[in-house]
Design a protein around this ligand. Structure first.
Ligand SMILES: [Mg+2]
Length: 269
């Protein structure tokens, strides 16, 4: 009888443990998803990591080095220019991304509202580099997929910060297509392009538009010598074509489906 009692007590204790550990696991799972907006980690990185600032400075230091190098090339017949993207290349829009997370919202919510404020800060190193380029007689063309309806606040934002060439002739926004190929061609008619800067590979070449992950990898590998030379890349883990490729461009999928698709991309060991 005593033995039975002991067994019963032990069984109850075990049951208690198991129930406790189930509760703990559930609690852990809950904690790991609370507040886990898809862009949380990337946005915290963008806004708080000194490494992020360092990468931006690194990109603009390479740009300065490349500019000095390019100016030594003799015999150029056209005027010289650099083509740059705006968002997450020249201007830091992470406050918009942060607001999406805080309000549990998704792009394009608040995008026009944010742009109309014209209060984006420059990406670290950008302003100094463009002023340097202007001093050296190199023009800057801003080629952005902000919609053309945001032209005035975009110019105002760039001008207020003191960016050179913040004027109608040097700003190419999106009208009918996201592809930047034709806009780049229009600039190349009159200018020798020293190099291009962007946070999205489609800022550099049409071959990167709408590609699968495998295609984007292949194109990148085939042009590996161009990075840090003709193409200068800035980091953006918050959003971009890479993110769209990861969900097969299924923009209409639910957040849950998108998370599922991304999990399926993961390679463990
Ligand atoms: Mg961009």
């Amino acid at each position: 009888m005593k033995n039975h009692l002991l067994i019963l007590i032990a069984a109850l204790a075990l049951a208690g443990c198991s129930s406790n550990s189930t509760t703990n696991n559930q609690e852990k799972q809950k904690q790991s998803t609370v507040g886990a907006h898809p862009a949380l980690q990337a946005t915290v990185y963008h806004q708080t990591a000194a490494e992020m600032r360092a990468l931006s400075y690194q990109a603009y230091n390479i740009a300065r080095y490349r500019l000095d190098q390019s100016l030594r090339v003799a015999g150029l017949t056209k005027k010289q220019a650099v083509i740059v993207d705006i968002d997450e290349t020249v201007l830091d829009n992470s406050p918009h991304q942060a607001q999406l997370i805080l309000n549990d919202a998704a792009y394009p919510d608040y995008w026009a509202e944010w742009c109309n404020l014209a209060e984006a800060e420059p990406m670290p190193g950008a302003l100094e580099f463009f002023k340097y380029a202007e001093k050296k007689g190199v023009e800057i063309f801003y080629v952005s997929n902000r919609h053309d309806s945001l032209r005035q606040p975009t110019l105002k934002n760039l001008k207020n910060l003191g960016f050179p060439y913040a004027n109608e002739n040097h700003l190419f926004l999106k009208t009918t297509t996201s592809s930047k190929v034709e806009r780049r061609k229009a600039i190349e008619k009159d200018y020798h392009i020293l190099f291009l800067m962007g946070d999205n590979l489609a800022d550099f070449s049409g071959v990167f538009e709408n590609g699968t992950i495998v295609e984007r990898f292949q194109e990148t590998d085939s042009m590996k010598d161009a990075f840090g030379s003709r193409f200068i890349v800035l980091p953006n883990a918050m959003y971009g074509a890479w993110d769209a490729a990861a969900i097969n461009y299924s923009y209409a999928a639910s957040e849950q489906e998108k998370i599922q698709m991304k999990r399926q991309r993961l390679r463990g060991f």
